[in-house]
Design a protein around this ligand. Structure first.
Ligand code: UFG
Length: 338
């Protein structure tokens, strides 16, 4: 089966490319490299020993996208390409709606034109941000979120559901990711955020490597065991494996399947910080700062549906996440910039 991966040079995309190639899938990648680097693709090639057809194009460019479908004739698409920073989405809502929503529509139209019926879509646990009862299962979905990025995920999920309703031959997996962290154990690919990281683990990694001075812990007065925010962290390689399982599921399925990809375990900010200290052997200085606007106290998955229907179960724990992140960070202190 040939899989077209949109956004395949990005953090989750590049790890998924490795997992797909190792599982025997053929792939091609389209990525505009706005927030990623071609070097990630070269390193995936180096890790797998396989050459990847690559197109530096935007999915918003319909003519370019069509010519990729024309040449590659994919059997399935995994759609990662999107903007993903919550805070930035509040400042630039139109850019987010344009790229994420139009991008998905452009892709669906092109799939229709070339009769491609299988899609795996990158959704997010952000669709659960108004849910109070933990853990969240796929039915907890509430059509409410706190920011434009989250709305683009809710909207795209709905656009995809409606498209599947209109074309029953479509077979789609909507994957709701919890908090992906860590890196490939080789240390060759990993997360390479532009500028100062917004997310907890890349920030901690840069404190450990001396690029940043100290972590600000956003709030220690949440109703959680130690007062800091609780999330469901998932090793990016487990997440990548989840895509392979989802592709197999939709290969001979029909309709829309929605799955949480998380570990089912909540871990606090301070627990993550201490786990990273242990894995790296470095002390991470921190201060307690006010809560960050839009944050919630806790969110973690009920991952049982993915386990039952896909055979998905996370294999790597918080220590593995920290160890592999530190391996990546210490060998690539400036990310992919040589
Ligand atoms: N945090 C800090 N200091 C920091 C950064 C984060 O204390 O410098 C805390 C946050 O307050 C939160 C936890 O660390 O409690 C995790 O924060 P992240 O920014 O790493 O992740 P979020 O859970 O806020 O958001 C992530 C993705 C979103 C996605 C969401 C889904 O960034 O895209 O998970 O749950 F929508």
């Amino acid at each position: 089966m040939k899989v077209l991966v949109t956004g395949g040079a990005g953090y989750i995309g590049s790890h998924t490319c490795v997992a797909l190639l190792e599982a025997g899938f053929e792939i091609a990648v389209i990525d505009n490299l706005d927030n990623s680097s071609y070097e990630a693709i070269e390193r995936v090639e180096e890790l797998t020993g396989k050459k990847i057809p690559f197109y530096k194009e935007s999915i918003l460019d319909k003519a370019a996208l069509e010519s990729v479908f024309e040449v590659e004739k994919p059997d399935a698409v995994i759609h990662f390409a999107a903007l993903k920073a919550v805070g930035e989405s509040v400042r630039k809502p139109l850019e987010y709606y344009h790229t994420n929503v139009f991008g998905t529509i452009s892709l669906l139209e092109t799939m229709r034109k070339y009769d491609v019926k299988r899609l795996v879509y990158s959704s997010s646990a952000t669709v659960y941000s108004s849910v109070k009862e933990m853990p969240v299962n796929e039915q907890s979905f509430a059509y409410v979120t706190t920011n434009p990025y989250g709305w683009t995920k809710i909207m795209c999920e709905q656009i995809i559901r409606d498209t599947c309703h209109a074309d029953p031959a479509l077979s789609v997996a909507l994957l709701r990711y919890f908090n992906p962290v860590g890196a490939h154990p080789s240390g060759r690919i990993g997360e390479d955020p532009a500028g100062i990281p917004n997310n907890l683990m890349p920030y901690i990694a840069q404190v450990a490597s001396g690029k940043l001075q100290k972590l600000s812990v956003y709030g220690n007065d949440y109703p959680t065991p130690d007062g800091t925010g609780v999330r469901d962290y998932i090793h990016v390689c487990d997440l990548a494996d989840g895509h392979v399982l989802a592709l197999r599921k939709i290969a001979d399925g029909q309709g829309v399947y929605t799955y949480n990809l998380g570990s089912g375990k909540g871990t606090s900010v301070l627990e993550m910080l201490h786990a990273f200290e242990k894995a790296s052997g470095r002390e991470i200085p921190y201060v307690i700062a006010p809560r960050r606007a839009g944050d919630i106290a806790e969110v973690y998955a009920d991952p049982s549906l993915a386990e039952k229907e896909l055979g998905f179960k996370t294999k790597r724990d918080v220590f593995d996440m920290c160890k592999d992140l530190w391996n990546w960070q210490s060998h690539n202190p400036n990310g992919y910039t040589k």
